[in-house]
Design a protein around this ligand. Structure first.
Ligand code: SF4
Ligand code: SF4
Length: 220
C-alpha cells in the first residue's frame, strides 16, 4: 500500500490563501488505512481549517467528500461531479496519484496536495508503517528471500552485508534498524538456499524504471 502523511497545517493554509470556497477530498483506500487521508482525517483537517479561518477573520467555506479511490477517474467523477464545479480549489488528502488524477479531471481548478506521499509499505503494528518497496522496476526478491535490500538496506546494497553490521544484526547506519542482509541471510538459511548469498549480482539496471511508468495489460 501507499503510505503518506499529512502536511503541517500552516503549509496547507498557505496553499489555500486567497480561496474562499474549497472542497476537501479524502481517499478511502491506502491513505485511509495509514490514517492520513480517510473520512476521519478529512473531518479533522476541515475543522482545523474552519477554526483557524474564524480566528483570523478570513472567509472560508468548506465542503467535504471521500472518494473510494482517488486514483480512479470514474470514482472521482461519480463522487465529485456535482461538488467540484461550485468550489474555487480542491484540497486532496490522496496520494500523489490521487492528486494528479483529480488535477487532470478538473483542469480549470487548482488541486492542492494536503499529504506528502512517502513510500510503498506495510503496516507493522497499529500506527506504524514500514517501507517495503521502492518500485525499482526490476524486482529480485526471488534471490533475497523476499526481503528487499533496495529499500531495507540503508545503502541499498545488492551484495551484502557491507561489513559494518553491528552486533545483534543491526545496521551500521542506524542501530535501531535490523541489517537487511542479516535478515536475508537468516531467511535464506531457513529455506535451505544459502547458496544465493555466495552469488554476485551485477549493478541494477535502473533503466528498467521508465519514467513516467506505463503498463498495459497483456490481455486488455
Ligand atoms: S527489488 Fe525493486 S520491485 Fe522488488 S521490492 Fe525491491 S524495490 Fe520493489
Ligand atoms: S549494515 Fe546491513 S543494512 Fe546497514 S548498510 Fe550495511 S548491509 Fe546495509
Amino acid at each position: 500500500m501507499i503510505i503518506a502523511e499529512r502536511k503541517p497545517l500552516e503549509e496547507i493554509r498557505n496553499m489555500l490563501a486567497g480561496y474562499k470556497r474549497i472542497l476537501v477530498v479524502g481517499c478511502g483506500t491506502c491513505v485511509t488505512i495509514c490514517w492520513a487521508g480517510g473520512e476521519k482525517e478529512v473531518g479533522i483537517l476541515s475543522s482545523q481549517l474552519r477554526l483557524a479561518s474564524s480566528k483570523d477573520g478570513s472567509e472560508l467555506s468548506i465542503m467535504e467528500a471521500v472518494v473510494e479511490r482517488q486514483c480512479e477517474k470514474e470514482m472521482v467523477i461519480e463522487e465529485l461531479g456535482d461538488k467540484a464545479p461550485g468550489v474555487e480549489a480542491i484540497l486532496s488528502l490522496g496520494c500523489g496519484a490521487g492528486v494528479q488524477t483529480m488535477a487532470e479531471l478538473f483542469e480549470e481548478k487548482p488541486v492542492l496536495p494536503a499529504l506528502n506521499t512517502t513510500f510503498i509499505g506495510m503496516p507493522e503494528k497499529e500506527g506504524l508503517w514500514v517501507e517495503m518497496c521502492g518500485a525499482c522496476g526490476d524486482c529480485f526478491l526471488d534471490r533475497t528471500g523476499g526481503i528487499c535490500p533496495v529499500v531495507r538496506c540503508a545503502k541499498g546494497l545488492l551484495n551484502g552485508p557491507c561489513g559494518g553490521t553491528r552486533k545483534g544484526g543491526k545496521c551500521e547506519i542506524d542501530p535501531d534498524k535490523d541489517c537487511a542482509w542479516v535478515l536475508i541471510y537468516h531467511r535464506l538459511e531457513r529455506q535451505g538456499r544459502l547458496d544465493l548469498m555466495r552469488k554476485y549480482y551485477e549493478p541494477k539496471n535502473y533503466r528498467a524504471v521508465k519514467r513516467p511508468g506505463k503498463i498495459e495489460a497483456l490481455e486488455a
